[in-house]
Write a protein that binds this ligand. Structure first.
Ligand SMILES: [Zn+2]
Length: 258
């Protein structure tokens, strides 16, 4: 089936962005609203989805702007689950550079720029919220991962409408939670995540083919561990993704043996 007619396309800072319809599915699965809720939760989901779009854009623009600077040309950003125009698989977000030969150093730099831009945007956001009197706690409410979370009381004193409260609270909660979790997970040395790209650049440069194989081996073990963690903590989506990632790395590793 062709879902491309549901694509949302726009340009930002001169960089073309395509938001696939599947992006909104990622928002639901990666939200606190995937297993039944009460209250005006739909407004919460809207706030969460808006936060997800912004934090993913911060991430991909970290890649895109550094690629444009270091490689030249205009990169393309794709968000959602699907494929880019050139056929690469997208899960969440992917920035495609318009260049072929890239040095190891530049590849490592542009890979790191995504998660770093995302984490920096969270830091700025938390500082702004704090200036407006928001207080925070470390909560493990979502998938058992300890993450900085704004206290609901910070908002209930200012916002009286339940719908607006749900929207604003889940926007703030989502922007921080997704930014930290997605940013840090992407820095994990699991190929093809950003951290895995950095590991591949470093080990490939220093050890050659055996370094590339080592990257896939490390990625395989970590992907299995992450999939198992999420399986034990009530996520359906993440075990599937990291299970598939483990399988990919296993095949890449075996492919290099002969
Ligand atoms: Zn990235």
């Amino acid at each position: 089936m062709d879902f491309s007619k549901f694509d949302w396309k726009f340009n930002l800072f001169g960089i073309p962005v395509r938001v696939m319809a599947t992006f909104w599915l990622v928002c639901v699965f990666f939200s606190p609203f995937s297993s039944g809720n009460d209250g005006p939760w739909l407004f919460g989901l809207l706030g969460w989805s808006a936060a997800m779009l912004l934090t993913f854009l911060a991430h991909e623009f970290g890649h895109a702007l550094s690629m444009r600077k270091l490689y030249g040309g205009v990169p393309q950003i794709d968000l959602g689950i699907g494929h880019t125009q050139s056929g690469a698989f997208v899960f969440g977000g992917l920035t495609t550079a318009r260049t072929r030969d890239v040095s190891f150093g530049k590849h490592a730099l542009t890979s790191a720029a995504g998660p770093l831009a995302e984490l920096a945007s969270v830091l700025v956001f938390v500082i702004i919220l704090s200036l407006f009197g928001t207080r925070f706690e470390i909560s493990t409410s979502l998938f058992g991962i300890p993450v900085l979370t704004p206290l609901t009381e910070s908002f209930t004193s200012i916002i009286k409408s339940p719908a607006a409260l749900y929207f604003v609270y889940y926007f703030a909660h989502g922007f921080i939670w997704l930014g930290i979790v997605w940013g840090l997970f992407n820095l994990a040395p699991i190929f093809p995540c950003d951290g895995g790209q950095i590991l591949l650049a470093v080990l490939g440069k220093s050890l050659g083919p055996s370094g590339v194989r080592l990257t896939f081996g490390i990625s395989f073990i970590l992907a299995v561990a992450v999939a198992a963690y999420f399986l034990l903590n009530g996520s359906v989506f993440m075990p599937l993704f990291f299970g598939y990632t483990a399988y990919q790395n296993y095949n890449l590793m075996r492919g290099m043996r002969g």
